[in-house]
Write a protein that binds this ligand. Structure first.
Ligand code: ZN
Ligand code: ZN
Length: 578
């Protein structure tokens, strides 16, 4: 009948184990080409009750149904646009639009709901999905809900589930899908030859400059992109010529070009060889689109230009060049685009990736939902000192690849109770803001204490207030120095000076003579100055601090207030608080 690949079996096993204990909706992340239909088939086969498999477009319903029945399994279709409304089979493949309108009797006997492309449920809180789920739960309050997707990360929304299968807390916001049960990275598929390896081709000609968009961390608006392209219009013919050159020189079979807008696509098309190129945009008639796609698959023409319509569900295995001429906001979007060229095809050994965006995405980079703090930051692995979980944060590394600094704030690890599957987040904070009222550790940007709701003054208002006050001074340091000095009783202490660009400075003293002064130093200085706050340090004397000063960072601002005749440093503001 069929045989599961080892990872498919693992995905199924994890799912069974989970639903034996829990009934919160969960999902599986499988990249294109991972054979999700086999996972669906196996789940449907072993489910005790009936199984409903939902998708949002008829093509997907049909595709899933055909794959399923090709294993010799019996199933029905419930989709008005496919002209079928089956009732009785154990497995029903339906389009959500039709199923949402089905009469109540239809929803009887189901024990498992599978939602394909399930990121859509989270994305717009799709009410049709909710209607179906409500009906199913009315008939069976214990129904298991399993989602499948290749793209569990959405721009503007972030992760669509709360916990990963390794116990990583992905978001602290509520999500419909609570947990990811299994996740297979694209790299696994490539390494194990289930997908064609992508080859990033160095671009000899110039790239577009989309750097202005890079740090926006959201979807770009059409006008933003068009404005940028207008000023770089002269690059398009050069880029297209480069695509043609490479395609011809290496005798490539199928080229997909991703453009930024309809206008941009039409321009690209005008530079491509006549009769060898066609265009699919958002409002191309479905029948025309189907025809174009079919002719492309039949290799009747070589270049297919599209504007963000062929990113999911599209499948032309012969594609061996992917040209990206549109800005890609996220790694997952980039992966989706590249994924269009990775299907296996006899005779195809690799797929060229021509990236003209200059944005530096990479299919092997993990998605990090935090905003990238600086261009030179890279993903780094930081083990949690409390639970040992290996966090992926943005950070800086030295030439040897050792972490110098990272920007993580809170551990994303969680403890999974194997007996109950209950998840308890670790909660360790690398950086935090202490509540002055109750001592709770809050996020550095929190406005109110999460425990007692006391107002926490944010850095911006602190700075504003200080700049307006006659008795306060705000210094922007660009250098920090450490010096050991002796007080009048000959006890050593540490003097820290913050110099600004004009060599003006503010200073503070730290003592190490007893436990309580040492503790004060830890709380008032080390906690915020350490580049890697999780490293417990043995800085117990001024000499230690001087020796290890490379581990310490500068604040963005130092605020001092006049006390008698002296300026005393009262607050420091660090980059992450702004
Ligand atoms: Zn932890
Ligand atoms: Zn508090």
């Amino acid at each position: 009948m069929y045989k599961l690949r080892p990872y498919q079996q693992e995905a199924v096993d994890n799912t069974i184990k989970y639903f034996q204990k829990k009934r919160d909706p969960a999902l599986i992340v499988l990249p294109t080409g991972a054979g999700k239909s086999l996972v669906i088939a196996e789940m449907a086969r072993i489910a005790r009750g009936r199984v409903m498999v939902l998708a949002h477009v008829k093509e997907l319903v049909e595709q899933n149904y055909l794959k399923y029945t090709s294993y010799g399994l019996e199933a029905g279709i419930f989709s008005a646009s496919l002209g079928k409304k089956d009732w009785d089979q154990k497995a029903i493949f339906g389009s959500v639009q039709s199923v949402a309108r089905a009469p109540e009797e239809f929803f009887q006997g189901f024990s498992l709901l599978v939602i394909d492309e399930c990121h859509r449920v989270a994305e717009d809180g799709d009410t049709q999905y909710q209607e179906v789920i409500e009906q199913l739960r009315k008939n069976n309050p214990n129904i298991c809900i399993l989602g499948l997707t290749a793209t569990p990360y959405r721009l503007g929304l972030g992760w669509i589930y709360e916990y990963s299968h390794t116990g990583e807390l992905k978001t602290e916001q509520q999500r419909f899908f609570k947990q990811c049960l299994y996740e297979l990275p694209l790299s696994y598929m490539i390494k194990n030859k289930f997908l064609t390896p992508p080859v990033k081709v160095d671009i000899p000609v110039t790239c577009y400059d989309f750097s202005e968009l890079s740090d926006k961390n959201r979807m770009y608006t059409q006008s933003e992109v068009e404005e940028l392209l207008k000023n770089q219009k002269r690059l398009t013919p050069l880029i297209v010529k480069n695509i043609i050159d490479i395609t011809e020189r290496f005798n490539r079979q199928g080229v997909m070009i991703f453009s930024a807008s309809v206008k941009h696509a039409e321009e690209i098309l005008s530079y491509l060889p006549e009769g060898e190129a066609r265009l699919v945009v958002g409002d191309t008639e479905i029948s025309e689109r189907d025809e174009i796609v079919q002719e492309f698959k039949d290799k009747k023409f070589k270049y297919l230009v599209n504007v963000s319509v062929l990113t999911t569900g599209f499948d032309a295995p012969h594609v061996d060049v992917i040209a990206i001429l549109r800005p890609t906001e996220s790694n997952s979007l980039y992966q989706q685009i590249v994924g269009r060229g990775l299907r296996l095809e006899p005779g195809k050994t690799d797929c060229f990736i021509l990236d003209y965006t200059g944005m530096g995405h990479d299919i092997y980079t993990p998605e990090i939902s935090d905003k990238r703090p600086a261009k030179e930051s890279v993903p780094v692995f930081v083990p949690c000192p409390k639970c040992g979980f290996e966090n992926t944060f943005w950070g800086l590394t030295d030439y040897d690849g050792d972490i110098i600094e990272h920007y993580g704030r809170k551990c994303r690890g969680a403890e999974h109770d194997v007996a109950t599957l209950k998840v308890t987040p670790c909660g360790y904070r690398f950086r935090y803001k202490l509540c002055h009222a109750c001592g709770t550790e809050n996020d550095v940007t929190a406005r109110a204490c999460e425990k007692c709701d006391a107002t926490l003054i944010d850095a911006d208002s602190k700075l504003k207030q200080a700049k307006l006050s006659k008795n306060a001074h705000v210094l922007t340091p660009d250098k920090i120095t450490f010096e050991e000095r002796l007080d009048k009783n000959s006890n050593p202490y540490l003097e820290v000076r913050y110099y600004d660009a004009d060599a003006k400075y503010l200073s503070e003293a730290h003592f190490f003579s007893n436990q309580s002064s040492f503790k004060k130093f830890q709380i008032n200085f080390l906690r915020s100055h350490l580049r890697r706050p999780e490293l417990s340090t043995a800085m117990t004397t001024p000499q230690d601090v001087i020796k290890y000063q490379k581990l310490l960072r500068l604040p963005s601002f130092v605020i001092a207030r006049k006390q008698d005749k002296f300026w005393k440093i009262t607050e420091k503001v660090f980059a992450e608080e702004l």
